[in-house]
Design a binder for this molecule. Structure first.
Ligand code: SF4
Ligand code: SF4
Length: 145
């Protein structure tokens, strides 16, 4: 096959836009409906654990006391089920994919100190209320006897 066979195509391509993109120097354009990856507005999370229970891959974990939400992105299949189940709507899919890495590592998000302090205060108040109710119940029972 002679070089001349390719000449028309080569000439045509001289005046066409390139088919390839300059990624990673030019940011990638994701399709409108691409799922990308899971993100969280951590301060809106109530640590209910609903996402953990519904995740088919067991990739999530929540620590209520530490106020953390952890995801192992390498296990996540981006099914989006946790997003639909979150009662606070604080999980969402963001365009862009998990970056490759040399090691399989999870990512942990931690609530802000203000939110952690407010939650700790709420827990203390609830515990004090429960203790008072228990003491009142015991006193009422003692009075009866
Ligand atoms: S998108 Fe699917 S696999 Fe990923 S964390 Fe949510 S429920 Fe689990
Ligand atoms: S379901 Fe939503 S609110 Fe509940 S622990 Fe998961 S991210 Fe937080």
């Amino acid at each position: 096959m002679s070089v001349m066979n390719f000449a028309p195509e080569a000439l045509k391509n001289l005046f066409k836009k390139p088919v390839t993109t300059g990624y990673p120097f030019v940011p990638a354009e994701y399709p409108e409906r691409s799922r990308g990856h899971i993100e969280i507005s951590i301060d809106d999370c109530i640590s209910c654990g609903m996402c953990v229970r519904c995740c088919p891959c067991g990739t999530l974990s929540v620590d209520r006391i530490k106020g953390t939400w952890t995801i192992d992105r390498y296990d996540c299949i981006a099914c989006g089920y946790c997003v639909t189940k979150c009662p606070k709507k604080c999980l969402f899919m963001k365009q862009g994919y998990q970056e490759p890495g040399a090691e399989k590592a999870s990512v942990t998000y931690t609530k802000s100190p203000e939110v952690l302090a407010a939650e700790a205060k709420k827990r203390e108040e609830a515990a004090a209320k429960a203790a008072a109710a228990k003491a009142a119940k015991a006193a009422a029972a003692a009075e009866k006897n």
